[in-house]
Design a protein around this ligand. Structure first.
Ligand code: FPP
Length: 245
């Protein structure tokens, strides 16, 4: 069991997590998938509190992808219901831990009730500054990039922006993640080793960490283990080891 004393001061600023394996967790126990998602929300709470405890400044969770709309209607409803009930319940935890809630994705696609609750919690926590928790909801990286290209094209067409001035900063400014730094560490649970349309632009230099643990079983010590693993890596950003030292 890893504890926080084993970590050094090199805490990644932005950690993103693909929370995968709720369904398999439930199946293994002979339970409905919905029970897996319910237990997944408990793991969300533990991950948020643990991240805040060790000073991660930005935590981004992949809660619902654009592709997740294709799941059975009942499962989509369960996930939206859990989102609303978690927001209602966890506002206290967010305030207590001085956490600002943020959301990335096509929020217009969310059911009215979920969007309203979400925007309310975002508003209530907007001055909190210990950590920013971003929920990716109806999020897809390709959709985000298409939206970005469309918005930039309109500016070019209207002579507000010259094509040769388009650079990384301009693109960053049009992404859902405009208020967030690049991802330092991307974690995916459940043993799958893929990115699934999550933050494709933002993970350009992220360290990737895959664990077999199913999301509902992902505990504080597992987050710390991922951070410890990150701290043992050398991030070169294209340079040589010698240049870094
Ligand atoms: C993946 O498990 C998880 C999701 C599709 C959504 C994550 C949702 C939660 C943790 C609960 C609600 C979240 C919030 C923020 C309140 P899966 O269903 O893909 O698992 P499987 O691959 O084993 O079927």
């Amino acid at each position: 069991m890893i504890n926080k004393e084993q970590l050094n001061s090199n805490i990644p600023k932005h950690v993103a997590i693909i929370m995968d394996g709720n369904g398999r967790w439930a199946k293994k126990k002979g339970l409905f998938r919905a029970v897996g998602h319910e237990n997944g929300t408990k793991a969300v709470r533990e991950a948020v509190e643990s991240a805040a405890e060790i000073g991660i400044k930005y935590l981004t969770l992949y809660a619902f992808s654009t592709e997740n709309w294709n799941r059975p209607k009942l499962e989509v409803e369960t996930l939206m219901r859990l989102l609303v009930s978690s927001l209602k319940k966890e506002i206290k935890t967010l305030q207590k831990n001085n956490i600002r809630l943020n959301a990335i994705g096509n929020l217009q696609a969310l059911p009215e009730k979920a969007r309203k609750e979400l925007l309310e919690v975002i508003e209530k926590t907007k001055d909190n500054d210990h950590m920013t928790l971003s929920l990716a909801l109806s999020y897809g990286s390709r959709e985000e990039l298409i939206k970005t290209i469309q918005e930039i094209s309109i500016k070019v067409k209207n002579n507000v922006l010259s094509p040769h001035l388009i650079n990384e900063a301009v693109i960053n400014k049009h992404l859902y993640t405009k208020s967030l730094p690049d991802v330092d560490l991307l974690i995916r649970t459940s043993g799958e080793q893929r990115i699934s349309n999550f933050l494709l632009w933002q993970i350009a230099y992220a360290e990737l960490y895959f664990t077999e643990i199913l999301w509902p079983d992902f505990k504080k010590t597992d987050l710390f283990e991922a951070i410890l693993n990150y701290q043992q890596r050398e991030r070169r950003f294209g340079k040589t080891s010698e240049q870094l030292s």
